[in-house]
Design a protein around this ligand. Sequence first.
Ligand code: C2G
Length: 132
Amino acid sequence: MKTIITFGTYDVFHVGHLNLLQRAAALGDRLFVGVSTDELNFSKKQRYPIYNQNDRMKIINGLRYVNLCFEEESLDLKRHYIDLYKADVLVMGDDWKGKFDEFSDICEVVYLDRTPSVSTTQLIEVISSSDQ
Ligand code: C2G
């Protein structure tokens, strides 16, 4: 049984997120997803996500590619989560390229190409400007 683990915020869920999760799931037998908490986002960006963590987790949990979804409470706990869930492969989008190579002593680390031309930040800008 090959377990894949990945992490993200998945705010204003879009096709780039789905592509990443679909391709991550295809690398193994089951996919576990750490969804960053609202507090973790606030501490990183000084703002809360548009969708709260319960809704973001509900969306991720509802996807056919995802077998388990858990709260990522701190960016510094990745090693702990990889151990806890006995993950064989850590997958991240290539905006994180090289950032998680330190975990290659306990699992395989794979960076997948991001989907071009779609991002939560850009969606928020488009939606808020069409509001005026
Ligand atoms: N992604 C992608 N293509 C896009 C946008 C995002 O492949 N156009 C991927 C990202 O590379 C990431 C995943 O979708 O692997 C989730 O993206 P974010 O929600 O932006 O995650 P992020 O805030 O970068 O993760 O420990 C990491 C943290 O949880 C933060």
